[in-house]
Design a protein around this ligand. Structure first.
Ligand SMILES: NC(=O)c1ccc[n+]([C@@H]2O[C@H](COP(=O)([O-])OP(=O)(O)OC[C@H]3O[C@@H](n4cnc5c(N)ncnc54)[C@H](O)[C@@H]3O)[C@@H](O)[C@H]2O)c1
Length: 322
């Protein structure tokens, strides 16, 4: 039996593939290797995965139905799928809307249609996002809350995936779990996200851009906690025909200024801050209620921003030999 990880050359996919292989599983990883924010880092992740015992890579676009059919014919032993391929990022969706339809909605429909040919499929867990909560005022965000008013196209495509997941699970007896990640950071993290951008600029001594005068709060979640949550969920599939959603967040809402201070401590340098207005599509606060994830698969995040950013900055210095 084997697990398929889509988006394996991406930040979260890379770590999930490592963790599955480390517990002795056969892992098939696919990625379209599209030109992303930092192609060199995506390529670096792919290279770092090559040679891992039990791991196989294929360059496949999930939105390509023919390629996915061929993949599943070649690997009928795939019994679990972690679908992390997608177009991430709120701000990029303002400038490049159409790619979100293709890589989030279209790719997901192709995956749901083609995976039905897998004889042994037990569970498909996929990446949703805290962005589905939009401008909800009630905190922390609970999976019981309404999520039909996202404030970005990115959030809307993630919500669309959840709705499509629900209908496909019912129609075809699939077992699906949508995981709403909350601002994930850590080694090999995305260069378009705050943890990476702020670290890069603070170390280089150039100004960091802080939106809404820093009056923002985020539930920052360390990558190891996210991976533990994904695997915990994957190991406990729902009944046939059931689609569930879960929050995977740290369950703490941090001031952006405290997050910057944690980076300053880890980097040993002060930030030069340039304040900018609120960006379109941004949320002022995120905060995860993780009760259901705790109850159903024992999710218990361990790493706070002090320890997490110290680990990130250490990785950053080591990776770029600074
Ligand atoms: N990182 C976060 O904080 C965060 C938060 C909420 C949700 N998410 C979601 O989690 C998932 C993984 O996020 P990430 O941070 O690892 O992003 P990432 O950009 O690092 O990784 C995504 C990977 O998917 C690949 N990809 C994109 N479209 C594809 C396609 N059609 N076929 C095959 N591969 C494709 C990209 O090449 C990339 O390597 C995404 O769906 C993202 O929206 C991430």
């Amino acid at each position: 039996m084997a697990a398929l990880v889509t988006g394996v050359a991406g930040f979260i996919g890379f770590h999930v593939a490592h963790a599955l292989a480390a517990r002795g599983e056969a892992v098939i990883g696919i990625d379209s290797m599209q030109r992303s924010h930092n192609p060199a880092l995506t390529e670096g992740r792919r290279k770092a995965l090559a040679g891992i015992e039990g791991f196989t890579f294929a360059q496949v676009d999930v939105a390509d139905a023919g390629a996915m059919e061929r993949l599943f014919k070649e690997h009928p032993d795939i019994d679990r799928i972690v679908h992390l391929a997608g177009q991430a990022g709120v701000r990029y969706s303002v400038e490049n809307p159409y790619i979100y339809l293709r890589n989030n909605i279209e790719a997901f429909v192709v995956l749901l249609e083609t995976c039905r040919a897998l004889p042994a499929l037990k569970h498909l867990a996929y990446a949703s996002s805290s962005s589905v909560y939009g401008a909800n005022a009630k905190l922390p965000f609970s999976i019981e809350d309404r999520t039909d008013s996202p404030v970005s196209l990115y959030g809307a495509t993630k919500k669309a995936m959840e709705v499509i997941g629900h209908s496909h699970a019912r129609m075809y007896g699939l077992r699906l779990s949508g995981l709403r990640f909350f601002t994930v950071y850590g080694p090999w993290g995305r260069p378009d996200m705050a943890a990476y951008m702020f670290t890069e600029k603070i170390i280089a001594g150039t100004p960091i851009q802080v939106y809404n005068r820093g009056e923002m709060r985020r539930d920052f979640t360390y990558i190891d906690d996210i991976v533990a949550g994904i695997l915990g969920c994957l190991d406990r599939p729902p009944a046939a025909g059931v689609h569930r959603v879960y929050n995977l967040g740290n369950n703490r809402s941090e001031d952006l200024t405290d997050f910057i201070a944690a980076i300053e401590r880890a980097a040993g340098r002060k930030a030069i801050v340039e304040y900018l207005p609120m960006q379109p599509g941004d949320m002022t606060e995120t905060y995860a209620d993780i009760e259901a994830s705790r109850r159903d698969f024992g999710f218990a995040p361990q790493i706070g921003i002090g320890e997490g950013m110290a680990r990130f900055v250490a990785w950053y210095r080591d990776y770029y030999r600074l």
